[in-house]
Design a protein around this ligand. Structure first.
Ligand SMILES: Cc1cc2nc3c(=O)[nH]c(=O)nc-3n(C[C@H](O)[C@H](O)[C@H](O)COP(=O)(O)OP(=O)(O)OC[C@H]3O[C@@H](n4cnc5c(N)ncnc54)[C@H](O)[C@@H]3O)c2cc1C
Length: 436
């Protein structure tokens, strides 16, 4: 089986060595490292660029390590193998009144992947990143064998592994703290805003009041309409309503030869979507699945971008520069006529994760997808990179396939700590590209 990353770019197919039992991991790691030089753990491959691709083209697939190991439903402490998905955890924990404290925009990710990218979600301003809720994990290294890591056990490796891009060892199992919830429903509200100032005003008002906040932004709007979008906020409903019925799923059935996302489809979709949202705040109750994971109902949606794939650009601009920086980025993007139906703006908070290389910092993050064309790396991305550089911002390695090495090393000055603690048998295409 050949694997790619979610963006299907860069096209570097990976041979997968499947892991079924933790007991076989040490021998498998030694074998693959000996034959191929280096390798890398692979979860669900929901990273967009090349951070989940092994430099050797040989990954260890953790999908088989998906067992629950222990759970205390009075405290919400859960221990499971690292290849288990958030989907599987929610299926068991939600009926018992618990939910992952932090979840990204898809539930099809593994615990190992959540730690390695220290993922963040709609409640970053309240709960920080995933690493803030990790109690301990088991790590296998080719040079030191099995280790248990926690804030007070191998603290350096604990911090380096959270957001450590899978380079400090293979995570075998994880213990996390879940958050208590009264229902599977979100008591949400929705309101559109006319421009970027509107976003900042709503964010200042609503982030303080709600656990989950995120915005969609119309990346195709220009002139006075630039920066318009829709603010969505919510909290788990306190009423003990029956669990929502599972959502119907569809699968995007084929791989079109060219991207179906283009200037015309983008402008038309965005204008209609924005107009449909209410100008004044309106309550919008939603099942957790629709609220957190809107894209999960269309399986294989990454095929929409055609066989050349796509790249996501996710940047974080520090709080002080956020207004000017995000405005400049949106102007460059709308001027290019490129972009995606889903462009996300989110304010990150000040709760710092223990992770050495964690992406989120106080500021505003903008994320959107672009169909892969040479224009991206020749023109648009250099322009966006210059804006991010000048604002003192950073790009998210989990989404990246183009970042320059000097930009990475400037934005993540602690990268050498990870290099010093890197397992010599583990190396990704991303790490090779930005550090070596
Ligand atoms: C639709 C969609 C929405 C998303 N929304 C968000 C979001 O809101 N916020 C956010 O932060 N991210 C988001 N992401 C990105 C995604 O959450 C991360 O890329 C996540 O890390 C993917 O996990 P995975 O299990 O697929 O890991 P993979 O992509 O397979 O691997 C990611 C990294 O984890 C490492 N890894 C995996 N398993 C192990 C292990 N057992 N031991 C050691 N290292 C391991 C890999 O080596 C690699 O470096 C989104 C992705 C998609 C497709």
């Amino acid at each position: 089986m050949k694997l790619l990353s979610w963006g299907r770019y860069p096209p570097l197919p990976q041979a997968a060595h499947a892991v079924a039992w933790r007991a076989e991991l040490p021998a498998l790691l030694a074998n693959v490292a000996q034959t191929c030089g280096t390798t890398l753990a692979y979860g669900e491959g929901r990273s967009y660029g090349d951070s989940c691709l092994a430099e050797s083209g040989q990954v260890l697939s953790f999908r088989g390590l998906d067992r629950f190991l222990a759970a205390d439903w009075s405290s919400g402490i859960l221990r499971a193998e690292a290849g288990i998905t958030l989907e599987a955890i929610i299926a068991v924990s939600l009926p018992r009144g618990w939910f992952p404290a932090v979840t990204p925009g898809t539930k099809y990710i593994t615990l190992g992947g959540a730690i390695a990218n220290d993922v963040h979600g709609k409640n970053h301003h309240r709960q920080g990143a995933f690493g803030c809720h990790v109690r301990r994990f088991g790590l296998l290294r080719s040079d030191r064998g099995r280790l248990e890591c926690a804030p007070d056990l191998e603290p350096e490796l604990f911090a380096a592994t959270i957001g450590g891009l899978g380079l400090t060892g293979l995570i075998e199992w994880v213990e996390i703290q879940l958050m208590p919830v009264a229902s599977g429903w979100i008591d949400g509200l929705v309101q559109r805003f006319d421009d970027l100032d509107g976003f900042f005003a709503l964010s200042a008002e609503l982030d303080a009041r709600h656990e989950f906040c995120v915005s969609w932004v119309d990346c195709a709007a220009r002139g006075k309409k630039a920066g318009r979008g829709i603010y969505m906020a919510g909290d788990f409903a306190a009423e003990n309503w029956p669990l929502p019925a599972p959502r119907r799923k569809w699968r995007f059935p084929f791989m079109p030869p060219v991207s179906l996302v283009n200037t015309w489809s983008l402008r038309a979709f965005n204008a209609i979507y924005w107009r449909k949202a209410p100008p004044k705040s309106r309550r919008a109750p939603a099942a957790y699945d629709a609220f957190f994971y809107p894209l999960d109902s269309l399986l294989d949606w990454n095929r929409l971008y055609g066989s050349k794939g796509f790249q996501q650009y996710q940047a974080l601009i520090p709080e002080r520069e956020a207004g000017d920086g995000i405005r400049a980025m949106l102007t460059a993007i709308s001027g290019s006529g490129q972009g995606s139906f889903l462009a996300v703006l989110k304010r990150c908070g000040g709760a710092l994760s223990p992770g050495v290389l964690s992406f989120p910092r106080p500021g505003v993050t903008l994320a959107l997808d672009f169909p892969q064309t040479p224009y991206l790396e020749e023109q648009l991305f250099p322009r966006l990179d210059a804006i991010v550089r000048e604002a003192g911002g950073r790009l998210y390695p989990a989404k990246d396939a183009h970042m320059r090495g000097d930009d990475f090393r400037r934005a993540y000055p602690d990268w050498e700590k990870i290099e010093a603690l890197r397992d010599p048998s583990l190396l990704s295409c991303f790490w090779r590209r930005v550090t070596q």
